[in-house]
Design a protein around this ligand. Structure first.
Ligand SMILES: *Cc1c(COP(=O)(O)O)cnc(C)c1O
Length: 420
């Protein structure tokens, strides 16, 4: 199989990844990645790649991005010592608080960086896709801040399911377009956003929401999210006097995880754990555990690991958390798994729910259901590896998940006389 990487190749690929030689000029991470796009989009992607390398190495652009991250997003986000979880788990647990970033999750780091890039490139409007609406909200906010009109494509099914986020996007000045084709969810919304970009590749900028898609998106999103791991590295050294033994993050498309992991890949003492959505369990269609259960193939412009059935049809996926409910994963993760630098496990809906409740009770923090998968994975790991320093990527806050939570964990009504 093309994706198999032997040990020597693995060591070479890791060295090249750390040395910023990957992705290569074809956008490849070893066997993964690349740029599988319709003819009409190839020039637009090439122009984007040129500008990505130009602006991400431009001191003025990066200084401006940094000042906006500080003044508007609220960076650096804290690294919180989780005393309650540490005691329960017999570990030293630290939480990277992306839940405290503006709009409530890590997604704003990417949306802001790309909106600024779009403006530099002279785009007249920004196009984005959204599933649960979190990326749409972050993009709407970033575009308002930067001063570019924004159109968000969203599956008609998701519009029904995520009404509050549709209203948030509208209030922030975005136009939300329902997508009635295909599965009428995230996958169809991405297809529709690409189609609209093809119609006007010069005037519009496609602001993709995770470390997926054709080159240069996986690289661009990794660079913009790496602010997470860069801050964690410094914060751990100053708070704990040492690097973590392991960094743990949930993996949907893989952007918050790659942002946490990438800046520490060269630190040999640090282990990494990506936690995918195990849903109801391992049955076909019951989860979104792409790396655990998938095979290599092409989806949305990139060769990576995917969930598809025996007929080559993309598999329907399930997760209690909308942000992890995607049948693909970014190509850098496929490489990191193939070379063994990062371990990937799954957490079921139920274990994520119980980890969420534990975090609420022990820390007074309500994490997003996506982030709760990282807590569940970290808890299992801590049980096998007592006494270690663990950093958990708390990718977002859980307020958006209240409707789902109240469905699974009904709030008991306490009679006034019993409220002791
Ligand atoms: C969207 C989302 C994710 C999943 O996206 P990645 O690209 O895998 O990081 C995780 N956590 C939160 C809070 C999200 O909103």
């Amino acid at each position: 199989m093309e994706s198999e990487v032997d040990k020597q190749q693995g060591a070479d690929l890791l060295a090249r990844l750390i040395g910023n030689e990957l992705p290569d000029e074809h956008g490849r991470y070893g066997p993964f990645g690349g740029c599988y796009a319709p003819e009409t989009l190839v020039p637009a992607l090439a122009r984007l790649a040129e500008n990505v390398y130009r602006y991400l190495d431009d001191d003025n652009f990066m200084a401006h991005l940094d000042s906006q991250l500080r003044g508007w997003v609220g960076r650096p986000t804290p690294l919180t010592h989780a005393a309650g979880l540490s005691e329960r788990w017999g570990a030293a647990v630290f939480l990277k608080r992306e839940d405290l970033a503006h709009t409530g999750a890590h997604k704003i780091n990417n949306a802001l960086g790309q909106a600024l890039l779009a403006r530099e490139m002279g785009a007249k409007r920004v196009i984005a896709e959204t599933g649960a609406g979190q990326h749409g909200v972050a993009t709407a906010a970033a575009c308002a801040r930067v001063g570019i009109p924004c159109t968000v494509y969203m599956g008609a099914v998701d519009i029904q399911r995520q009404a509050p986020n549709v209203d948030r996007m509208y209030q922030l000045g975005a136009k939300v377009v329902p997508v009635e084709t295909g599965d009428r969810t995230l996958r169809a919304a991405i297809d529709e956003a690409f189609r609209n970009w093809v119609a006007d590749p010069e005037g519009s900028y496609y602001l993709l929401g995770s470390a997926v898609g054709p080159h240069p998106y996986p690289y661009l999103v990794q660079r913009l999210q790496s602010v997470i791991g860069t801050e964690v590295r410094e914060q751990m050294l100053s708070i704990a006097g040492d690097l973590p033994d392991i960094a743990v993050a949930c993996v949907g498309g893989g952007s918050n995880a790659i942002g946490l992991f990438h800046p520490m890949l060269a630190d040999e003492s640090v282990e990494f754990l990506g936690v995918e959505a195990g849903g109801y369990g391992p049955g076909l269609g019951d989860n979104s555990a792409t790396l655990a259960a998938g095979e290599p193939g092409v989806l949305h412009g990139s060769y990576s690991v995917l969930l598809y059935d025996d007929n080559g049809q993309i598999q329907e996926t399930h997760s209690i958390s909308a942000g992890l409910d995607y049948p693909g994963v970014g190509p850098e993760h496929s490489l990191l798994k193939a070379i063994g630098r990062v371990s990937y496990v799954t957490a079921t809906d139920d274990s994520a729910l119980s980890a969420l409740q534990e975090c609420c009770a022990a820390e007074g923090i309500l994490p997003a259901l996506e982030s709760a998968h990282a807590f569940a994975g970290a808890r299992d790991w801590a049980q096998q590896n007592p006494g270690k320093r663990i950093v958990i990527g708390l990718s977002g806050r859980g307020d958006k998940d209240m409707p789902t939570l109240s469905q699974h964990i009904p709030t008991p009504i306490v009679a006034s006389g019993d409220a002791a």
